[in-house]
Design a protein around this ligand. Structure first.
Ligand code: ATP
Length: 608
């Protein structure tokens, strides 16, 4: 590539340096405009990624750089011919490896200057770094995997630093450390692009829409720089590139909700799982998360469903991936799905935590961008292209303009294990607003802000060691209710908040007499604690609400198969030294409380 199509890295380093202490968004935008205007279109994508501290959009699955602090210190020491301990010493005093590299590079340059004549004579002057050189080298660092990669990474980074000026070295090191922290978000880049290439911020709407349809800021910048803002008018979603998801506002009053969406609405179950944006092209399927990460590898079963049951060559559909009971197809709580995501053995995870997909939208279908079509039209297409199965179906829904009917449907949704309902506008302007949170979709969930009806008294049966400041000390307790029928203690929750510093300081001392080497025989727990206690100490606990959880054994299978009752956001209130462990809240009491809570939600909902 010729030099006209590249940008000296020096330009970037100087601009980064000029905004180091700037917090005003306007000033940051001005600096970005200055940078983008100087950038040749061919490398503008790379410049945009560098500004964001990345080597590409997150969903592209570019490997991490894999250069830890130790390796970086080694590279700095190699590049500037000082010992690693000298680097570490400087690091301690300056607190930032970027500044260390800058300082050492400056020293080396000064020394070199003394012998400049000689170096020049020997051809020792290095060529100035460019964006391509820096970016491509960093990409090679990231791509270096497997045997010998550590050495290769070391050599690449150290030679990059050798070629860099002191200021350049500072920002290269910070980039590698992931500590660029320029405070420039997507919005600032979009503004800057609009000003630099569209003449004003008005061009921003067009640029933003394009970015929402194709979540790759580098790619969008390149089109703008090469072909002008108008070229974005024709942009469509593309299979394989995530579309930024449409989001919902929140309301709890059915009358107001229906008014907001224009009277009549499509009301769907709001499933409690993970959003999946499923892209299909011929035989290839990719799934993106709500945060646009590529999650395809976690859901080979969903990939299979999509391959077999989307009747289109090309399509982008959206749905919620939910854990289910494979025998009854009942919905299971969100935590269950998380259990699957933590597993490394995917084939086993598929068996242990089977899922279903509830589809609710289609964004793109056989070459056509559907985002500007009203929801009823999109929904119709979705119905046409989806071959439903037990685990691959449309979200359960009704169309209504009646608040009472909405309420009834809401209660049914909760009974069936959904989180609430989604109310969606179906008028002519009910388009798919990619990347926006608006009033075309409204979520109606149970209100978690309300406290639990009563506090409960639970027994501490195990503990977990804290991290960070509280490292090595017990900071969280595993709490259990009492079951007199079997004379056992069954776990309900882990509590780590509500303790004062004094409580935490005394914790070790308090539990010392009760620490045992195994789980106590009267304790029924699926969770492995770091340390086990005799069930003696009783504490009063409050929380946001009682909830279902597959992790806890209290009331296991009593409400729903495969789940127990737990407490959402539990907080410690005080020790109840006046209570023996057997005086703690019982399993049956908790079940009663859970039923009362359900009734209360129903009553509140029917009051409207
Ligand atoms: P948000 O996504 O709105 O920022 P959040 O991530 O906390 O907030 P919620 O507020 O719970 O999520 O609600 C939005 C999410 O609900 C969607 O992103 C989607 O994953 C999920 N969802 C479940 N069922 C539906 C449905 N029928 N239609 C749309 N979204 C649904």
């Amino acid at each position: 590539m010729s030099r006209e199509n590249d940008l000296p890295f020096k330009v970037i380093a100087e601009i980064f340096s000029s905004i180091e202490n700037v917090t005003s968004r306007t000033q940051l935008t001005v600096a970005m405009v200055k940078l983008l205007k100087q950038t040749p279109p061919d490398v503008i994508d790379k410049v945009v990624y560098l500004i964001q501290g990345k080597l590409g959009p997150d969903w592209k699955d570019i490997p991490e750089l894999g250069v830890g602090e130790k390796l970086l210190i080694q590279a700095i020491s190699m590049a500037y011919r000082v010992s690693e301990s000298q680097v570490e010493k400087l690091y301690k005093s300056l607190g930032d490896l970027g500044s260390v590299a800058e300082r050492l590079s400056l020293q080396l340059h000064k020394n070199k200057k003394k012998v400049t004549g000689l170096l020049a004579f020997m051809g020792g002057e290095t060529e100035a770094l460019t964006v391509n050189k820096v970016f491509n080298t960093l990409l090679r660092v990231a791509m270096a995997q497997g045997e010998g990669s550590r050495d290769l990474k070391l050599r690449l980074v150290s030679s990059l630093l050798t070629d860099a000026s002191p200021l350049e070295a500072k920002y290269i090191v910070r980039f590698i450390e992931g500590r660029l922290r320029l405070g420039i978000g997507d919005a600032t880049v979009l503004d800057a692009l609009a000003i630099a290439y569209g003449g004003s911020v008005h061009a921003r709407t067009l640029i933003e829409r394009a970015y929402n349809l194709r979540a790759d800021l580098g790619y969008i910048s390149k089109i703008v720089a090469q072909k002008g803002v108008d070229a974005l008018k024709n942009i469509k979603p593309e299979v394989g590139v995530p579309v930024r998801p449409m989001l919902a506002e929140r309301l709890n009053d059915p009358v107001e909700i229906l008014r907001k969406v224009g009277g009549k609405a499509l009301v769907e179950y709001k499933y409690d799982g993970e959003r999946g944006q499923i892209h299909k092209k011929n035989d290839k399927v990719v799934i993106f998360s709500r945060r646009l990460e590529n999650i395809t590898h976690m859901f080979p079963d969903v990939v299979k469903m999509a391959k077999e049951n989307i009747k289109a060559k090309e399509a982008i559909v959206e749905g919620e991936i939910v854990a289910i009971n494979p025998d009854t197809y009942e919905l299971r709580p969100f935590q269950e799905l998380m259990r699957r995501k933590r597993k490394h053995d995917i084939q086993r995870a598929i068996k242990e935590v089977p899922v279903a997909v509830f589809l609710f939208d289609v964004i793109f279908y056989d070459g056509e961008d559907l985002t500007n079509k009203p929801l009823p039209e999109r929904r119709k297409i979705l119905e046409e292209i989806i071959e439903p199965t037990e685990t691959w179906t449309l979200a359960t829904s009704i169309v209504t303009d009646d608040p009472d009917e909405l309420n009834k449907f809401f209660l049914k949704a909760i009974e069936d294990g959904a989180e609430g309902v989604m109310i969606k506008a179906i008028h002519e302007k009910s388009i798919y607003q990619a990347g926006a949170r608006g009033w075309l979709w409204i979520k109606f969930k149970r209100d978690y802000k309300s406290e639990m009806i009563d506090t409960v008294d639970l027994v501490a049966v195990g503990g977990f060691y804290g991290r960070g400041k509280r490292g090595g000390k017990i900071g969280t307790l595993l709490m259990a209710a009492y079951d007199p029928k079997t004379d056992t203690f069954k776990t309900v929750c882990k509590v780590g908040s509500g303790f004062t510093d004094e409580d935490l300081d005394k914790m070790e001392e308090l539990f010392k007499p009760y620490i045992i080497s195994h789980k106590h025989p009267r304790v029924d727990s699926k969770i492995e604690a770091d340390v086990w206690f005799e069930p003696v100490k009783v504490a009063e606990i409050i929380g946001a609400e009682l909830t279902l959880s597959p992790l806890h054994t209290c009331c296991y299978n009593a409400v729903r198969s495969g789940t127990g009752i737990s407490i959402r956001f539990p907080r410690f209130i005080r020790w109840r030294d006046d209570k023996r462990a057997e005086d703690a809240t019982t399993e049956d009491e908790l079940l009663e409380m859970y039923k009362r809570q359900l009734k209360k939600i129903e009553e509140e909902a029917t009051q409207v």
